[in-house]
Design a protein around this ligand. Structure first.
Ligand code: NAD
Ligand code: DAU
Length: 350
């Protein structure tokens, strides 16, 4: 039986990856290691927590000795590393926690794997999950490819860029089998409502203003989270060691157009007069160093491994909105005092 460590499995993307692996690979033992920070929520995995091939380990990847002990104890064969501080705005107010988790935490995992694998890399893989933000910001034209030079601009993307380089350094220096993927903006169920799409759904539902940074002209490429999880499955099993794969939705939206689209869908679903939700749009102070446009070329992944996004955005956003409306309790439990306090403090600053 293969022992697979998935870090950050209680978070948004991680929980979808854990579910996919637990369900599709009963022959694997899946270990979900997560510190349960504000972003980690085991409720995301309620439906699979009793499965015999699933184990949860509460641990902080910044704890070097603990990572060594856990690798010794469990002898993991594969690592899918998603644990990270993931929100750009938080990285602007508190860069150090990003450096600790995203850089130091990644090196702790690499060192622990290296110590236990001890040069015997047969059947082993360290798969690092990263972001398209490492490539910087695009103008009106062009797409990020796997060979685009790194140009991170926020503390978040700089910490992820650093971790990407370190993972590749362990491949070149120690021969550790690694693979890296860089993905665009994910959306779907279970995303923490500090990120644009769930934040907007929550605010629209509660008739609160929708904060749009700057003029709302920044562009993001959106991918349904299950499509990212499927790409991760494919790359983990069929990707070439030492390679990088870009993952994106071929689905660029200006923030303001995305929000207007969501307002239309929510007016319909909440049976409001057309235009009611859009009246909540509020332009606020721009994010510092706000990257203008991300767009990604996934043709390597599509050609080499046969991956493609399964959902059109119109279908994906409807499904996502429905999920948040049907899972009010999930959202209510998340938006308790702690979250509200953070949200209010961010909002006051603008
Ligand atoms: P998230 O913030 O929802 O979840 C992160 C998880 O990591 C949480 O469960 C948290 O408890 C855990 N964690 C944080 N610090 C930890 C630590 N020190 N030790 C152990 N666990 C810790 O993040 P997400 O949006 O699901 O992103 C997951 C990964 O995918 C990240 O590496 C992120 O950089 C990358 N990524 C995200 C997106 C996106 O759009 N969300 C896109 C591309 C890549
Ligand atoms: O590109 C991949 C990245 O996508 C991931 O690596 C990050 O972990 C993930 O958080 C996401 O980063 P973004 O900064 O693009 O996502 P966010 O949802 O925070 O913002 C999306 C866009 O919306 C961005 O241009 C900023 C803007 N925005 C965001 C918030 C939270 C607003 O206009 N208002 C808001 O309130």
């Amino acid at each position: 039986m293969k022992k697979i460590l998935i870090t950050g499995g209680a978070g948004f993307i991680g929980s979808h990856v854990v579910r996919l692996f637990v369900k599709n690979y009963p022959e694997y033992q899946i270990f979900n290691l997560d510190a349960l920070t504000y972003a980690g929520n085991l409720e995301n995995l309620k439906d699979i927590e009793a499965e015999p091939n699933y184990t949860f380990i509460k641990a902080d990847i910044v704890d070097e000795a603990l990572m060594k002990d856990l690798f010794e104890q469990y002898q993991f064969d594969g690592v899918i590393h998603l644990a990270a501080e993931s929100h750009v705005d938080r990285s602007i107010s508190d860069p150090l926690s990003f450096i600790k988790t995203n850089i130091l935490g990644t090196v702790n995992l690499l060192n622990a794997a290296r110590a236990v694998w001890n040069g015997n890399f047969e059947g082993k893989l360290f798969y690092h999950i990263s972001t398209d933000e490492v490539y910087g910001s695009l103008g009106e034209e062009g797409l990020f490819t796997e060979t685009t030079a790194y140009d991170p601009r926020s503390p978040y993307s700089s910490s992820k860029a650093s971790s990407d380089h370190l993972v590749r350094a362990y491949y070149h220096t120690y021969g550790m089998p690694v693979v890296v993927s860089n993905c665009s903006n994910n959306y779907g169920p279970n995303q923490f409502p500090e990120k644009l799409i769930p934040l907007a759904i929550n605010n629209i539902k509660k008739m609160k203003s929708i904060p749009i940074y700057g003029k709302g002209e920044n562009i993001r490429d959106w991918l349904y989270v299950i499509d990212h999880a499927n790409a991760i499955d494919m790359i983990f099993h069929k990707g070439t060691t030492g390679e990088t794969y870009n993952i994106g939705g071929i689905n660029e939206w200006k923030n303001i157009d995305l929000i207007k689209k969501m307002c239309e869908v929510l007016d319909r679903k909440l049976e409001r007069e057309p235009g009611t939700s859009a009246s909540l749009i509020t332009f606020v102070k721009d994010r510092a160093g706000h990257d203008m446009r991300y767009a990604i070329d996934s043709s390597k992944l599509m050609k080499e491994l046969g991956w493609k996004p399964s959902l059109q955005f119109e279908e994906g956003i409807e499904k996502t909105i429905e999920w948040y409306l049907e899972n009010e309790e999930w959202m209510n439990r998340i938006t308790d005092g702690t979250y509200e306090k953070y949200y209010e403090s961010q909002y006051e600053k603008r």
